[in-house]
Design a protein around this ligand. Structure first.
Ligand SMILES: *Cc1c(COP(=O)(O)O)cnc(C)c1O
Length: 440
């Protein structure tokens, strides 16, 4: 198929995620990515684009990294898939060992699944079942409730939607979801009031540490995560940290929890885990939780949960290589000056722009909030279309323009990415801008 035929077939056959297909069909033709190298994507017609959002927040060391490519190929020469149900395999074992070595303190067990949503489902079900299996758990009402934060995002399966807090994505499904308790993000006093109002009922608090990504890169005040951990300890509640977006170096440390010296009871990882190569997720937990599942078979304390491709060997090989590269290439050491550079560029070029309400950032996670546009103007989307013509792929969250480049991006490419973004915002907001509404 040539490009035009591919585009026509896409529009005829595919249904894209998080996409209003009516717009997709009327919009300019989709970019068809054919290959990539480093932090550059190439379309089928040979045009080059900076991968400004790491292929949906996943890519870490760049595309086609020779070390990850080789690790996947070597594994392919052994076996592509086997099962973790009743069998095991070396890449999963070695990956678990490496993860536990670098994980926040206290985490000593690894449960693999396929994606961020399943990593969260696993944590929720483990927490729930663990409490159900505690001595005296039979007394009513039991610790069965979860506290979620407003604006949280934990994935799109129904369990993870139940603990989500973005009305646009989640409210329609409420009738299908389990009941939860809602706390205000960044406000430890409010969380405490919710905990105090429900003594002995709360199983766990779930949050995205430091940054609520999908909500538009909402950054929590310093000390909040630590305060949540202390409150969970005081009220005897488990803490689930969803580091699907923040983990694997995104915030400048390997895990966001490290910034505040927090060890969660559950740590959920996915997106960057394989360097952006293959679907793989991990839910890490403590020995205390693990012990609560041990018993004779006929006590039925088994964790009855597992996905078919759980711990896929190719994905584990890619993840192992990804973790090794963090050490070999000193990724986090090299990242620190690039975070400074990014902050400086944003302060200089983007923050002062008209129509930019706020630039939020944490490490290599950036949200540029535009102001004064109606949803129907789709201004974030318009900015991304102009950026595309100028040579960068970015994807907004509503009117928040997101930058999440691969950690491996070079300083010159980073400069170019911010310059393209600033130019795209200037061009779009000047051209398409309706006058600011008189009152908000
Ligand atoms: C992306 C994301 C998820 C969901 O991951 P999927 O792989 O898309 O299921 C969960 N939690 C957070 C914080 C995320 O950013």
């Amino acid at each position: 198929m040539n490009t035009a035929e591919l585009v026509a077939a896409d529009r005829r056959l595919l249904w894209h995620p998080f996409t209003q297909q009516q717009g997709w069909e009327d919009d300019e033709p989709p970019v068809l990515i054919e290959r990539a190298q480093g932090t550059t994507l190439y379309d089928v017609d040979g045009r080059a684009y900076i991968d400004g959002v790491s292929s949906l927040w996943c890519n870490v060391h760049g595309h086609r990294h020779p070390v990850i490519d080789a690790a996947v190929r070597e594994q392919l020469d052994r076996v592509a898939h086997t099962t973790m149900l009743g069998l095991s395999h070396p890449p999963a074992i070695e990956l678990a060992q490496h993860l536990i070595e670098i994980a926040p303190p206290g985490l000593g067990r690894v449960f693999f699944s396929d994606n961020g949503s399943t990593a969260v489902e696993v944590a929720l079900k483990m927490a729930f079942q663990w409490w159900a299996q505690q001595e005296g758990a039979g007394r009513s009402p039991g610790r069965t409730a979860f506290i979620r934060l407003r604006n949280s995002y934990h994935g799109d399966t129904l369990g993870s939607v139940s603990v989500g807090g973005i009305d646009l994505f989640h409210s329609l499904y409420r009738p299908l979801l389990f009941e939860t308790l809602l706390a205000e993000p960044g406000d430890a006093a409010h969380l405490e009031s919710v905990l105090a109002a429900h003594p002995d009922q709360v199983a766990a608090v779930i949050l995205e540490p430091l940054v609520q990504g999908a909500a538009g890169m909402l950054v929590h005040p310093a000390g909040y995560l630590r305060a949540v951990r202390e409150l969970c300890d005081r009220y005897g509640v488990l803490l689930i940290c969803d580091e699907v977006a923040t983990g694997l170096g995104r915030t400048g440390r390997m895990f966001a929890c490290e910034h505040e010296g927090v060890g969660p009871d559950f740590l959920c990882l996915a997106k960057g885990l394989t360097g952006g190569y293959l679907p793989l997720a991990a839910t890490l937990t403590t020995e205390r939780i693990y012990q609560g599942f041990l018993g004779r078979f006929d006590q039925f304390r088994t964790f009855f949960h597992g996905h078919t491709y759980t711990g896929n060997p190719l994905a584990c090989a890619a993840a192992l290589a990804t973790l090794e590269l963090f050490e070999r290439e000193h990724t986090l050491d090299d990242l620190a000056p690039k975070i400074q550079l990014l902050a400086g560029l944003l302060d200089e070029l983007v923050a002062p722009m008209a129509r930019v309400r706020e630039v939020r950032r944490c490490g290599f996670m950036v949200g540029i909030e535009l102001e004064g546009f109606a949803p129907g103007e789709r201004m974030g989307h318009q900015v991304s279309l102009v950026a595309r013509r100028r040579g960068a792929i970015i994807r907004p969250l509503g009117d928040v323009v997101v930058l999440m480049p691969p950690l491996a991006i070079s300083a010159p490419e980073l400069r170019r990415l911010v310059a393209i973004t600033a130019a795209a915002i200037a061009e779009t907001t000047a051209a398409g801008a309706a006058p600011l509404p008189a009152a908000a």
